[in-house]
Design a protein around this ligand. Structure first.
Ligand SMILES: [Zn+2]
Length: 171
């Protein structure tokens, strides 16, 4: 079987290393197979407890550990709104584009709900969607704080005015 030429390279991403397209990848196209060491689910639990970060669950009994740097799958980062997805096809983990990817764009896929809840939330997801959402939330919080300050200042002013008026009418 001829080797399919790669359509990506490993490069510097915002959160360490990542995979970047080197040519246009059309929607649904094969990008790579997530390869690694085949381990049992029991072994995978042990390794994850020790902090292994590149284990992909194949099914109930098996998992793929791509911790070794020669496995390229470990470099693909998670994103909440990714441009690729990972599917198990005939016992293999296949990464395919879910939309057209242009050269230079980072290739990302969703690591799954469990990963997001158990691993990422501790430090917070750093994907573009979450980074933007947090920036927006911070801006909104600032805006709300400013509005609150203004409202409170206006209230104080009104109170002062009323006290003055009360004093004036008392005379
Ligand atoms: Zn995210």
């Amino acid at each position: 079987m001829p080797r399919r030429s790669r359509s990506f390279r490993v490069g510097r991403a915002k959160t360490g290393l990542g995979l970047f397209a080197t040519k246009p990848i059309r929607k649904r196209a094969f990008i790579f197979q997530y390869t690694g060491k085949r381990i049992t689910s029991k072994e995978s639990e042990k390794r994850e407890a020790r902090g292994a970060r590149y284990i992909f669950e194949l099914d109930k009994n098996w998992a793929i550990d791509a911790s070794d740097t020669r496995y390229v799958g470990r470099y693909a980062n998670h994103a909440c709104r990714p441009n690729a997805d990972a599917d198990v096809e005939k016992g293999k983990i296949i990464i395919r584009a879910t939309k057209r990817i242009e050269p230079g764009q980072e290739i990302t896929y969703h690591y799954g709900k469990d990963y997001l809840e158990n691993v990422l939330t501790r430090r917070g997801c750093k994907c573009p969607t979450c980074t933007r959402r947090r920036a927006r939330q911070r801006a909104e919080q600032r805006l709300r704080a400013e509005r609150r300050k203004k409202r409170e200042a206006a209230k104080r002013k009104a109170v002062r005015k009323n006290t003055k008026r009360a004093r004036a009418s008392a005379r």
